[in-house]
Design a protein around this ligand. Structure first.
Ligand code: C2E
Ligand code: CA
Ligand code: CA
Length: 612
């Protein structure tokens, strides 16, 4: 465009120059100066556009302005030079006609990208030119006018075809850009899906791991931060009882509640079914962390309102502080997980910060792990038995087998410690089978009315091979399954309600008895009991401990007893330690009991079974 104005300006000035003194000054000086200023202004405006990006609307406006100004300029310059025509001799008149034709051609070429402007110039300049010189009567000028008309017509055609090619290039470029944008959007979406949890829209495990690793790479030791893990307690039964849609809604609500508790510099992620993780990007005192943990657990304890009723869960938290608890992502996650595990195994809905004491426990645990592997190989586990009695008469009805382990260096390790390790390392199945073999051998010498009650862990229940081998041991020893009861804890059952209830049903069909152990210590939702197949319910000793002072515990025991009789299943109360407890339980209607008051667990030889 500025080039166009340069041509126009140069040509016009030369025309003014040749007519200076011949034509009146107002034409050669003033009008030409006015037109020149207009030219320069437009040229400068265009020059200022060279780095500007226009929106479509602005571009359209500028194009319209250009068409308008090309028309105005066309009219202005044509009128000016045609008025000069009247003043000169033939040479000057030829200059006018030369000026007009060559300038229009130059302008049309310059406007090749803007055919509308090119055509409007052709019309506003070309048409008066044609008419003027055709009517001039000069045969040479008439010939030039016709010649000019033909050239302009050809040029208009050329602009047209050039413009088509030009606009198709622009369109192709636009399509390419659109495609690029589309691909970019798809990529962004993919990236989002790969890093986001679809349900809660929080970061997922992968993106959490990336965040933590980046943080560790960029973190100087001086800059402390905190890794936290949150695990929901009692979430699984929500899915089982209220359905998966309700479970999803609870998770979304949990994520919402957690987000409102956290500062902006915290990263919250959902890293598993009911597991959340967070990174707190600043140092905080133990008290502050405890306080946050408390607020989190309190929030999670507020019931969730579902269409199917109120849902009550709780959550536990474990925190690990960088760099005290570890320097790598794995270490920090393991330590936070350990703290979480500690929190979960204590009272529900608590939070714990990883401490040096935990470090000691981890070491102890790995020592137990090592020792346990050797002891299992050497069949060093043995059994103690605790009678299950008729509370009224004291008569022994059967024995619960309890695992015992004495290790040369570690001393006596209680089952509450080593069973967990055995479950984690996969040794539990071997232990179960070894102990079951011993128990069945013992059972063969017991009076025929007495039964064996044997504890199974969750790993045994979900392992078909273990269950099959248990049956084979029984058959090999010639003991009828009716004399064996398997104790399965309520928490085990809830870990996979469908699978576990199918297993227990299958065990019952084979003739075994099934006891629901530690009832009341777990989720205690009475609404799922009817889904389970069992013959005996063992009330957790937690209820007995509070019995004398807590009328609510009495009420619960009474309710459970009523439930058992309506389900037509037996009931055993565990952990009876005093005469008072026994009497109270008898009053409440309990019949079968177990506890230190009657017998402590001990070797089978301690019980004089020949009397029975
Ligand atoms: P559990 O099945 O609930 O076993 C009863 C536990 O309560 C036993 O602890 C027993 O010694 C204890 N106990 C019995 N009467 C009383 C009482 O009056 N007061 C108190 N305070 N405690 C009493 P133990 O032997 O330490 O076993 C702990 C847990 O370890 C068991 O709880 C059971 O869950 C698990 N366990 C034990 N042996 C085995 C086993 O062979 N296999 C599996 N999978 N788990 C086992
Ligand atoms: Ca038990
Ligand atoms: Ca129990």
């Amino acid at each position: 465009m500025p080039l166009l104005y340069f041509i126009l300006l140069a040509n016009s000035l030369s025309l003014a120059y040749t007519h200076y003194g011949v034509a009146p000054n107002y034409l050669t000086v003033y009008v030409s100066a006015f037109l020149s200023v207009a030219c320069i202004t437009r040229a400068l405006i265009w020059y200022s556009f060279r780095r500007k990006t226009f929106t479509l609307k602005q571009a359209r406006h500028q194009i319209n302005m250009t068409i308008l100004s090309s028309m105005l300029m066309g009219v202005g310059f044509s009128a000016w030079c045609l008025s000069l025509y009247g003043y000169g001799d033939i040479a000057l008149q030829t200059h006018v006609i030369y000026y007009m034709s060559i300038t229009v051609i130059g302008i049309i070429i310059c406007l090749i990208h803007l055919p509308a402007a090119a055509w409007s110039t052709s019309l506003t300049v070309g048409l008066p030119f044609m008419l003027f010189f055709t009517l001039s009567g000069q045969p040479v000028f008439v010939a030039i006018a016709i010649n000019f008309a033909l050239v302009v017509a050809v040029l208009v055609l050329i602009t047209l075809s050039y413009y088509r090619a030009f606009s198709s290039v622009i369109n192709a470029k636009q399509t390419l850009e659109d495609q690029h944008l589309h691909t970019q959007r798809l990529n962004d979406q993919n990236e989002l899906l790969a890093n986001q949890d679809g349900l809660t829209k929080l970061a997922n495990r992968r993106s959490f791991a990336n965040h933590l690793n980046n943080k560790l790479q960029n973190s100087l030791d001086a800059h402390s931060f905190i890794v936290g893990l949150i695990d929901l307690d009692g979430f699984k039964p929500v899915n089982d009882i209220h359905g998966h849609a309700a479970g999803d809604r609870v998770l979304a609500e949990v994520s919402h509640r957690l987000q409102t508790l956290l500062d902006d510099d915290c990263m919250l992620a959902r890293i598993g079914g009911d597991e959340f993780a967070l990174v707190i990007d600043h140092s905080a005192s133990h008290t502050e962390i405890q306080h946050l943990g408390q607020r989190i657990t309190e929030q999670l304890q507020i019931p969730f309102v579902m269409r199917t009723g109120l849902v009550q869960i709780s959550g536990s938290c474990g925190f690990a502080i960088f760099p005290d608890a570890g320097r790598s992502a794995d270490e920090l996650m393991d330590r936070a997980d350990f703290a979480l595990y500690q929190a979960k195994s204590g009272a529900r809905g608590t939070s714990i910060i990883f401490s040096p004491e935990h470090e000691r426990l981890i070491r102890q645990k790995s020592r137990i792990e090592l020792a346990l592997t050797q002891s299992v190989k050497k069949h060093e586990m043995y059994l103690h038995y605790q009678p299950i009695v008729n509370g009224q008469t004291g008569q022994i009805l059967g024995f619960e087998a309890l695992a015992r382990w004495h290790h040369g260096e570690l001393g006596t390790v209680p089952p509450s410690e080593f069973i967990v390790v055995a479950e984690k390392t996969g040794l539990i199945c071997a232990i179960t089978l070894n102990l079951f073999e011993i128990a069945i051998q013992d059972l063969r010498s017991w009076p025929p009315a007495m039964y064996l009650s044997f504890n199974l862990s969750v790993h045994d229940v979900i392992n078909k091979n273990t269950l099959q081998t248990l049956r084979q041991i029984l058959d090999r020893c010639g003991v009828p399954p009716q004399r064996v009861q398997f104790e399965i804890t309520e928490t085990t059952m809830m870990s996979d309600l469908d699978l576990c209830s199918a297993t227990t049903r299958n065990l019952q069909e084979q003739g075994f008895k099934v006891a629901l152990d530690d009832f009341g210590s777990g989720y205690s939702s009475l609404s799922y009991l009817h889904k389970l197949a069992f013959d005996t319910l063992k009330i957790d000793r937690g209820f007995v401990q509070n019995l004398q002072h807590d009328s609510r515990s009495q009420g619960v025991v009474k309710t459970i007893l009523a439930l058992c009789s309506s389900f037509d299943v037996d009931c055993v109360v565990e952990g009876v330690e005093t005469q008072k407890q026994k009497d109270l339980l008898l009053q409440l209607g309990c019949r079968n009991m177990q506890g230190y008051f009657f017998h402590r667990p001990s070797e089978i030889a301690e019980f004089n079974l020949s009397d029975h």
